[in-house]
Design a protein. Structure first.
Length: 87
């Protein structure tokens, strides 16, 4: 049963990281009103908002997606290690 949760956490973290990367790329090319971009925005933006309150903009650069990717990796790693110890 723990193997199922480990696989689920790994897949979920990879999908979330991919969505963050797609969010950044789409923000350069698509209008905010495009259906694909609005779908991705509805998923990623709630995770980025709290980070943006803490991490300030550096010039015109927004580092919150990088921080979010690192947080996703750390949290998934901690959860997977915890599940490995419970096996």
């Amino acid at each position: 049963m723990a193997d199922f949760f480990i696989a689920f956490i790994n897949i979920l973290s990879q999908v979330l990281i991919l969505l963050v990367i797609v969010y950044v790329i789409l923000s350069y090319f698509l209008s905010p009103y495009h259906p694909v971009r609005s779908f991705v925005d509805r998923i990623v933006e709630p995770m980025l908002s709290p980070i943006r309150r803490v991490v300030p903009l550096v010039g015109v650069f927004d580092f919150s997606p990088i921080v979010l990717i690192l947080l996703i990796q750390v949290i998934s790693s901690v959860l997977v290690r915890l599940l490995y110890t419970l096996r």
